[in-house]
Design a protein around this ligand. Structure first.
Ligand SMILES: [Zn+2]
Ligand SMILES: [Zn+2]
Length: 376
């Protein structure tokens, strides 16, 4: 176009590549025009209902990382809203333990498109006043996630996190602790909150036990249902969930931010029915939070050809959608799926699966999105 320049802009998400999978179109701007200010309700990947629910949820805007990958690899223009002034959560990964794509999937086209690669499921917790940052689970993608968390926190340069909360001992949720050891950061007494069996697992099994004996991490006890306050005014409460317990119990976390915003982080659970059997109903928990990040490992049955999916129990997205279908739209709009397996078709926003989720009034979480009491 004569007199104009072509830019790609994705105002609301942390996309990372030459081809933005969210926008999927180029936007022409006059040569001297500045990109539009970030508005999460003008994103083409969001349905009108998404936009309404997000808008109503004031201050729960997806947040674009200061995108090093984009700057390394392209001249994409990404809108970077100001950091919230009050404590906030930020999604650092939405993939199942093995990541997206997975090792050995040599023909997966996502290897060549950073926008479609996903980090293993993790949530950051940031206090802008102090620059301190906490992380829920230490995944195989810990180095990249720590960098992103550091940049978002705006805190002073220091290598480690200020603390870790662990959900359970399945293999994608704690191996990032290795980077706190002497082979890497060599951190000193990083508070690492874990339930009793999880603590014993780390204390009694090498090489993790060395992180404890050398003082790289300092294990801190958690009690189900009892909140801890890692940041003044921020309460983090572990909630037991039924999940294959070979090595440890499993918890979700309920995070209460100043100003009353409440976030549920629940990456792994066997089934909602199993939770019912323990006396906890998803619907009741949903009613106590503003945003619910829920296990969405698989979209539907049959997703793993040749494998018995009952051996890897997780709620199917279709089951979650069906279970919550009768709830008011405001309740369904709280649901944001995480822990997606690399086979999950909903990873592609243009897929039929993603459309089904949007039509149900829910959505897949975006890496980089934040929830804050106040967003400026
Ligand atoms: Zn997992
Ligand atoms: Zn698990």
């Amino acid at each position: 176009m004569i007199g104009g320049k072509v830019v790609r802009t994705c105002p609301v998400v942390a996309c990372r590549a030459l081809s933005c999978r969210h926008t999927r179109r180029r936007i022409l701007l006059p040569m001297d025009a500045s990109p539009r200010p970030a508005k999460f309700n003008d994103h083409p990947a969001l349905s009108r209902r998404d936009a309404i629910s997000l808008g109503a949820a004031a201050a729960m805007a997806p947040f674009a990382f200061r995108n090093t990958r984009a700057s390394e690899e392209s001249t994409d223009m990404h809108q970077v809203p100001k950091r919230p002034v009050t404590p906030f959560t930020v999604v650092l990964g939405i993939a199942q333990d093995g990541g997206v794509p997975q090792a050995g999937s040599f023909g997966d086209p996502r290897w060549d498109d950073r926008a479609q690669r996903k980090s293993v499921v993790s949530l950051g917790l940031v206090d802008p006043a102090s620059g301190k940052r906490w992380i829920i689970d230490a995944t195989p993608d810990f180095p990249r996630q720590l960098l992103e968390l550091h940049r978002i926190s705006g805190g002073p340069a220091r290598p480690a996190v200020d603390g870790v909360f662990l959900t359970h001992a399945h293999i994608g949720h704690y191996p990032g602790l290795m980077y706190l050891g002497k082979e890497s950061i060599g951190a000193s007494r990083v508070p690492t909150y874990a339930m009793p069996r999880m603590r014993a697992f780390l204390e009694q099994n090498g090489p993790w036990s060395q992180l404890v004996s050398l003082g790289n991490i300092e294990l801190k006890p958690l009690v189900a249902g009892e909140a801890v306050e890692p940041i003044p005014g921020v309460r983090v409460t572990p909630i037991l969930v039924p999940h294959r317990a070979e090595f440890s119990e499993t918890v979700a976390y309920r995070i209460e931010l100043p100003g009353g915003k409440r976030v549920l982080w629940l990456p792994d659970i066997d089934s909602w029915r199993a939770w019912d059997d323990t006396g906890t109903r998803l619907e009741d928990v949903l009613a106590t939070v503003d945003v619910a990040y829920l296990d969405g490992c698989f979209f539907a049955d049959g997703e793993l050809p040749g494998r018995d999916m009952s051996k890897v129990p997780h709620p199917l997205m279709t089951d979650t959608i069906a279970r919550l279908a009768a709830l008011p739209e405001t309740e369904r709009a709280k649901v944001r799926f995480i822990h997606l397996n690399h086979t999950n078709p909903a990873l592609d926003p243009s897929s039929d699966a993603a459309r089904v989720i949007r039509d149900a009034g829910m959505r897949v979480a975006e890496e980089g999105e934040i929830v804050a009491a106040q967003h400026v």
